[in-house]
Design a protein around this ligand. Structure first.
Ligand code: DGY
Length: 328
């Protein structure tokens, strides 16, 4: 008997395929369009062979214990795994998979949407139009910052960082990147490896693409915001806690940087109230991968991992088999 918990309704297709496989005797699908409460999650996980989790579900010792010894796989519906205690899973012999690759291009597109929106004041202009604030064309009206000939600083040159860097060429931007070690893909996307401190001092746009881990929490703190150019913009489509958000508000207020485009915030769905009042900030509700195609593809990949397990194969994007990487 294989019980599988799917903690949130997915776009149509993948879960129906899981149900039709005949391999799941007890499919527990949380159909409400809200995250499961902790109590619901702990209760529903009991006796499951696999959990198909969302980035809002905390997968930790408590949940693993509640699931019990039959749990074999946590298939996370996200490429990021900061909600999963992978070490605890590994210690219990529970496999963990994520959804790399399928969301790379959509997230890179959204990064550029934010980058252009904040540098060219797109949302501010839209708000102005809607309140009837456009009086006449003027040479000095609503001026933004161009990107051609400027420098893009990519922090973390994984798949998404590289896809963002690749697009920079089309906009005539030079790319520098910071990562613990030089990346082979850098040559293909014409990006120069530099230390983070140099990147912060040189880049006109700093875009974050590294995973959230204990050592990257508040990677961008007050000191690093102060190290950026006063004309530079910060873009974050990775994870909110990479940035010290109160420090970001101070940086904007003090003019240490020129603006920020954020698809993620420190305590989602909440964010520092100081951000909402600012025209030099564009805020989005964590929609980097939110296209019909990609959210279905993420579901298909998560379900493929579950089916791999149930059919006796190693889950295809498992991150804690020997030699596995998280693929971000
Ligand atoms: C992820 O996959 O980690 C994104 O944040 C959601 O698609």
């Amino acid at each position: 008997m294989s019980a599988v918990l799917v903690t949130r309704a997915l776009p149509p297709g993948p879960v129906e395929r899981l149900a039709a496989s005949g391999l799941v005797t007890d499919l527990r699908l949380h159909r409400d369009d809200r995250p499961m409460s902790r109590a619901e999650l702990l209760a529903a996980a009991a006796g499951c062979r696999a959990l198909l989790t969302q980035l809002v579900d905390r997968v930790d010792e408590e949940l693993l214990a509640a699931a019990g010894p039959g749990l074999a796989l946590v298939a996370n519906y996200a490429v990021g795994l900061d909600n999963v205690d992978v070490a605890a899973c590994t210690a219990r012999g529970v496999l963990v998979s994520n959804t790399p690759g399928v969301l790379t291009e959509a997230t890179a597109d959204l990064t550029w949407a934010l980058l252009l929106a904040v540098t060219r004041r797109v949302v501010e202009g839209d708000r102005l139009m809607r309140r009837g604030g456009y009086r006449s064309w003027s040479p000095t009206f609503l001026l933004g910052h161009g990107v051609t000939g400027k420098t893009l600083g990519v922090v973390g040159l994984g798949r998404i960082g590289a896809a963002v860097a690749r697009r920079a060429r089309a906009f005539g931007m030079k790319v520098v990147y910071a990562s613990p070690a030089p990346k082979p893909v850098a040559a293909e996307v014409a990006a120069e490896h530099v230390a983070l401190e140099r990147l912060l001092g040189e880049a006109d746009v700093v875009s974050l693409h590294c995973p959230l881990r204990p050592d990257t929490r508040h990677l961008i703190d007050a000191a690093r915001l102060q190290a950026m150019k006063p004309t530079a913009f910060l873009i974050n489509t990775a994870r909110g806690p990479l940035v010290d958000e109160p420090a970001l508000v101070r940086a904007l207020e003090a003019g240490w940087i020129a603006g920020a485009g954020l698809d993620v915030t420190e305590r989602e769905p909440l964010f520092e109230p100081g951000l909402a009042a600012r025209d030099d900030v564009v805020l989005l509700p964590h929609v980097g991968s939110a296209t019909h195609e990609v959210r279905t593809a993420m579901g298909d990949l998560a379900v493929d991992n579950v089916l791999d397990l149930l059919e006796g194969r190693p889950p295809r994007t498992c991150v804690n088999l020997p030699g596995a990487r998280d693929g971000r």
